[in-house]
Write a protein that binds this ligand. Structure first.
Ligand code: WT7
Length: 668
C-alpha cells in the first residue's frame, strides 16, 4: 500500500504582519527565527540555558537531555531533560513575581457567566496557593500523591493546580463536563487520593452540580482510593444543595489557614523529571490514556513557546478560551502565562450565553489584546453572522490564535477580517496533549502567515513529513515539498510526555511503532517550499478517493469555502464498486436552505476546486455535527452513520448524544 497522501488544497494567500507589529515584536524577521531555530538544534545547551534564565531553579541542571538510563543527547522513547535540576514550578509562576512590581499586577481577570468579575493579583494568587497547599498538606497530601481536580472555570482551579504543584503532588484535572463514570475511571487509573471540586458552576444559564457528580463517582468501589473530597463554595446559596459526607468531605474555606505560615510557605523542590501532572486523553477506542508530563521540561517549553508565539508584553491582556480541563488550559492558561508574569482573562461560561455577542463584549469590556481560541468556535461564530462582533469595539485586539484542529482557510479569513479587522496576525498553533507545548506555529512578527498553515517548527522541534520506505535507513524517507505524508517528530523535546501513566508498553506502541524509534503524531501533513506545514487531518481518517489518499481537512475546507456552508465533515463509506465512496456531512449558514439544488451546487463546487474525481458521492445536510467535548468533529461516528451501522467503541467523549440520534433518524 502506498503511504503517500495526495494534497489537493491550493492556498496561495499570504499576509505580512504590519510594520508596527514587527517593530515591537520579540522575533521580527525570518532570519532571526532561522538563527534561533538553528541554535536550538545545534547547540541546545546554550539555547535552553539562555531561554530559561528567568525561571527559578534551586539547583541548575547539569545535563540538557539524555536517554533514560543511557547517553546524551536523548533518544526516544524514554527521555530525561534538564537532569540534575531541582525546582518547584510555582516559584517560577508566583514567587519570582511577588518580589517585583508584578506583585500587584493582575494574574487572572475572571468573569462569571452571570457577569460578576474578580481580579486576582500575583500577590493574591501566591497567598491563596500557599494557604490551600497548607490545607492539602494538613489533610495528607504528600509529594507524588495524585489529586483529581473536577472544577469549572473559576480562579480557584488555578489555585488548586498550583497548590498541588507546590507540594510536588501530581494533579489530574478532569473536565467538568465529564460524567461520573469518566471521572471514576480516571480516579481509578491513577489512584487519586483526593478530589477537589466545587458545589456547582454555570454553563449556558444552567447550574452544573459538580459535587453531585463527584459523589456518584466516589461512591463506586473503583474509586475507593479517594480519602478526601474538598469542596469550593462557588455558588453558595444560588447553587444546589450539597451533601457533605462526614469524615470524607471538607469545605475549602474551612480548611485553609488564616495566614501563609505553614509547610507550603516553602515550596517543595523536586527533581526535573518529577511528574507534574497527568492528563487523560481519549484514544479513539479503548480506555483513556493518562498522558504524564514532567516538571522542568514542561515548564521550560511552555514558558518559551508562550513568550514567543504570543509575543507577550507586560501590558497585554491575554485570553485563552480553552477549558482548564484540556491541555491548552494547562499550558496556555496556567503554566505558560504565569511563568511569564502575564495577565490572563478567564471566563466561566459558554460563548453563546446569553447570546452570540458574549465573547466580543468581554473583549470590549476588559480590553483584551490577545485572543486564543479554537476553529470550532470560530466556525460557530461565523455561522451566526458578522452582526455580533460588529456590535462591540474590538480595537484592543492585536493578536489572534487558533488551536485544536486544522483551521479551514475560509474560517481563517473570517477570523482575520472580522475579528482581527485585518490588523492582527493569526498564530495557528499545532500541538497535542502529548507534546505539552506548541510544536509548530506561525510566529507573528517574524514572517507572513498563510490561511490554514501552522507555519514553522518551534525551537528544538524537528518535524518531518515522511512516507514509509523499508529500503531507507530508519524505514522512512522525507517526501518532497508539497507532498502529503505522515507527520513525525524526529527528536525528543523538553515537554514531551514521559509515558502513559502505568503503561509503558502502550506508550511505546502508541507513539513509536508506526515509524520505529520516531514519534508519530497520528496526523497527516504536507510541508511547502517555504517550510510551512499544513495539517491535512488524522491519518486514521484519510479518505481514499478514486485511488487518491486525501486528508479530510482538504475536502472540508473546499466545502467550507462555499458561501452557504458553515461546517463540513468528510468520511469514507464502504462501496462495492469503488472500494470507498465519499460522503460529506454539511451544516449550512442561516439563510440557506439545505435541498437538492444546494447539494448539486456543492458537488460542482468540489469538482471545480479539486477535480471531478473528488465529487462527493453523497451530500448529507445536518443541523449539527457530532463533536468531542473539546470541539473536534468525531468522524469515526460519522463513518458509522454513513455506513448505516451501530457505533462501537467509546462515545463518552461525545458532547451531545442527541446529535448522533438525529443524524441516524435523518437517514430513515
Ligand atoms: C490533535 C491534538 C493542542 C491542544 C488541543 C488539542 C489537532 C491541534 C491543530 C492545528 C491542525 C491541529 C491535530 C493534533 N490539532 N492543533 N493548529 N492545526 N490540527 O489537543 O486533543 O491532544 O489533539 O489536534 O490532529 O494531533 P489534543
Amino acid at each position: 500500500m502506498s503511504e503517500s497522501i495526495t494534497s489537493v488544497l491550493k492556498e496561495d494567500r499570504r499576509f505580512e504582519p504590519s510594520a508596527e507589529f514587527v517593530s515591537r515584536a520579540r522575533i521580527s524577521s525570518r532570519e532571526e527565527y532561522d538563527r534561533l531555530y538553528k541554535e536550538s538544534l545545534d547547540d541546545p545547551e546554550t539555547f535552553w540555558r539562555r531561554e530559561s534564565s528567568e525561571l527559578v531553579f534551586r539547583e541548575p541542571w547539569t545535563v540538557t537531555s539524555r536517554t533514560k538510563g543511557g547517553g546524551e543527547p536523548a533518544s526516544f522513547p524514554f527521555v530525561e531533560w534538564f537532569v540534575g535540576a531541582k525546582l518547584n514550578v510555582t516559584e517560577s509562576c508566583l514567587d519570582r513575581h511577588v518580589k517585583t512590581a508584578r506583585r500587584n499586577k493582575a494574574a487572572i481577570i475572571w468573569e462569571g457567566e452571570l457577569g460578576a468579575t474578580r481580579t486576582i493579583t500575583y500577590g493574591e494568587l501566591h497567598r491563596e496557593t500557599i494557604r490551600f497547599a497548607n490545607a492539602l498538606a494538613e489533610h495528607g497530601v504528600k509529594k507524588g500523591d495524585r489529586v483529581a481536580i473536577y472544577m469549572g472555570m473559576v480562579p480557584e482551579v488555578a489555585v488548586a493546580m498550583l497548590a498541588c504543584a507546590r507540594l510536588g503532588a501530581v494533579h489530574t484535572v478532569v473536565f467538568g463536563g465529564f460524567a461520573a463514570d469518566a471521572l471514576r475511571d480516571r480516579i481509578a487509573d491513577c489512584q487519586a487520593k483526593v478530589v477537589i471540586t466545587q458545589d456547582g458552576g454555570y454553563r449556558r444559564g444552567h447550574v452544573l452540580a459538580l459535587k453531585d457528580v463527584v459523589d456518584k463517582a466516589v461512591s463506586q468501589p473503583e474509586a475507593k482510593s479517594i480519602e478526601k473530597v474538598i469542596v469550593l463554595k462557588h455558588l453558595g446559596d444560588r447553587g444546589p444543595q450539597v451533601h457533605m459526607h462526614e469524615g470524607r468531605d471538607l469545605w475549602w474555606h474551612e480548611i485553609v489557614s488564616d495566614t501563609e505560615a505553614g509547610p507550603a510557605r516553602e515550596a517543595t523542590p523536586v527533581d526535573a523529571e518529577h511528574p507534574l501532572f497527568i492528563l487523560y486523553t481519549s484514544g479513539s477506542t479503548g480506555k483513556p490514556k493518562g498522558v504524564l508530563h514532567s516538571t522542568a521540561g514542561y515548564l521550560v517549553s511552555t514558558h518559551v513557546t508562550f513568550k514567543y508565539v504570543f509575543d507577550i508584553r507586560e501590558d497585554d491582556l491575554y485570553w485563552c478560551t480553552a477549558d482548564v480541563g484540556w491541555v491548552t488550559g494547562h499550558s496556555y492558561l496556567v503554566y505558560g502565562p504565569l511563568s511569564n508574569g502575564a495577565t490572563c482573562m478567564m471566563y466561566e461560561g459558554a460563548p453563546n450565553y446569553p447570546d452570540w455577542g458574549r465573547f466580543w463584549r468581554i473583549i470590549e469590556k476588559h480590553r483584551v489584546t490577545i485572543l486564543y481560541t479554537a476553529p470550532t468556535a470560530i466556525r460557530a461564530f461565523l455561522r451566526q453572522g458578522d452582526e455580533w462582533p460588529q456590535k462591540s469595539d474590538l480595537s484592543s485586539l492585536r493578536l489572534l490564535g487558533s488551536v485544536g484542529e486544522p483551521i479551514n482557510p475560509e474560517a481563517w479569513m473570517w477570523y482575520f477580517d472580522v475579528i482581527g479587522q485585518k490588523r492582527c496576525p493569526i498564530v495557528d498553533t499545532w500541538w497535542q496533549t502529548e507534546t505539552g507545548a506548541i510544536m509548530m506555529s506561525t510566529l507573528p512578527g517574524a514572517s507572513f502567515t498563510k490561511p490554514g498553515s501552522t507555519g514553522l517548527p518551534m525551537f528544538g522541534v524537528q518535524p518531518a513529513v515522511v512516507a514509509k520506505d523499508p529500503a531507507a535507513p530508519g524505514g522512512y524517507r522525507r517526501v518532497e515539498a508539497n507532498q502529503g505524508g505522515l507527520l513525525i517528530l524526529e527528536r525528543p523535546w523538553p515537554s514531551m510526555l514521559r509515558t502513559v501513566w502505568g503503561d509503558d508498553d502502550r506508550f511505546v506502541k502508541q507513539y513509536f511503532s508506526e515509524i520505529d524509534g520516531r514519534y508519530f503524531t497520528g496526523d497527516g501533513a504536507r510541508c511547502d517550499a517555504d517550510g510551512y506545514h499544513w495539517v491535512v487531518g488524522r491519518i486514521d481518517d484519510v479518505l481514499n478517493v478514486a485511488g487518491h489518499r486525501i486528508g479530510t481537512a482538504e475536502i472540508e475546507s473546499v466545502l467550507v469555502s462555499h458561501p452557504a456552508v458553515a461546517e463540513a465533515a468528510a468520511v469514507g463509506k464502504p462501496d462495492e464498486l469503488k472500494g470507498q465512496a465519499l460522503v460529506v456531512f454539511v451544516t449550512v449558514k442561516p439563510g440557506h436552505t439545505p435541498n437538492s439544488t444546494l447539494a448539486e451546487k456543492l458537488g460542482d463546487h468540489v469538482s471545480n476546486e479539486i477535480g471531478k474525481f473528488a465529487k462527493p458521492d453523497q451530500i448529507r445536510f445536518a443541523d449539527a455535527l457530532p463533536k468531542t467535548r473539546s470541539g473536534k468533529i468525531m468522524r469515526r461516528l460519522l463513518k458509522d452513520v454513513a455506513a448505516g451501522r451501530e457505533s462501537k467503541g467509546d462515545t463518552s467523549t461525545l458532547e451531545d448524544l442527541s446529535v448522533l440520534a438525529k443524524l441516524r433518524a435523518d437517514e430513515e
